[in-house]
Design a protein around this ligand. Sequence first.
Ligand code: PMT
Length: 404
Amino acid sequence: MSDVPLQGLRVLLGVTGGIAAYKSADLVRRLRDAGADVRVVMTENATRFVGALTFQALSGHPVRTSLWDESAEAAMGHIELARWADLVLIAPASADVLAQLAAGRAEDLLGTLVLASKAPLAVAPAMNQQMWAHAAVQANLETLRQRGVRILGPASGSQACGDVGDGRLLEPAEIIEMLAAERGPRPFAGVRVLVSAGPTYEDIDPVRYIGNRSSGRMGFAVAAAAIEAGARVLLVAGPVDLPTPAGAARIDVRSARQMRDAIIGAAPEHDIFISAAAVGDYRPQSISPSKLKKSGQPLALELIQNPDILAEVSGLVGRPFLVGFAAETDDLEHQARDKLERKGLDMIAANRVSTTLGFERDENALLLLWAGGREELGQADKRSLARTLVDRIARRYAAGLAAP
Ligand code: PMT
């Protein structure tokens, strides 16, 4: 990514009331480092957390806090400011401002500017996890999403109030990365991408199952990167605890056979299928209807093979462009190339299973293989790795379309 990925972008940054407002100061600095020109508008509540002077010093421009400031209106009036912006970004966006935006209320300067501006709107929510989960907040978000508002985050983790969960403001660097990615090329514009992610669980009895260590992070990052690249994405997710990437449709499944049914049903409607899920190869022949009891004797479970979803999609008439993953402990390249050929794939992303990479980790490294080619993508966090992977898939996909 270039050092000034937002060069010349005129960002109207709305800061609303919440403890995360302190992070917006760093956001202003980073936006400017990335080449953006930033003007800050604060709600009255935001000024209770951080002083306007901080934002004035960092942005290099006076900060607006009220619709009724005569001297500010004489300099750059609010309508002029709304016209000036290439992007309106609200970070942090409180539950209250989301409600105000969803209702289209112009009761303060920020609400008025949003209505008066033709610029795209992005919001980075930040609030307590219980507030984030509230049906009213989620309904407001859905309204905004349907209106084309870009929802950035939130992140998950420990919160200022002591709770743990979804609702943290994304880190400023992540916000910049997401904005920059949207300004970049959109090679998947108009392309429909199906992504599978996470593990599958095979029930043994009402309380036990056979599963695997996939967290879903790799597949969810691939879905998010495909959206950034302009794709319409359907994500088929095994049992994971991850928020849906903004803009993706999602089907949740549990077992390999449920995943198979969802994917076989959706595949004909998609141009590309990226299979990042760690699908269980075996399941118990039968599920005990009651909890299995200890008997003092060894217990043998009879396992039967699950359908191979990728291989089945590969056999469909008019199948999508197919990208598989391979998780291997030994002989990575040889095993992955064998899977590429045996399953009839267009590309495979091989990763070594280790204690620091791959399953359950934030970082990964991939070896990409296709007929007659290979490329190593070095160790990186899964989000940036997914962006590079999507870029490479887009190139191979386009090359395939161009071939006679
Ligand atoms: O989820 P994370 O914690 O982020 O970890 C990411 C990951 C390590 C799970 C991911 O990067 C990965 O490697 N996913 C594929 C793991 C896997 O099951 O590999 P495999 O070699 O067993 O399967 C090869 C391919 O066939 C995969 O694309 C798999 O989705 C597919 N498959 C496998 C079995 C099966 N019955 N049906 C399938 O479609």
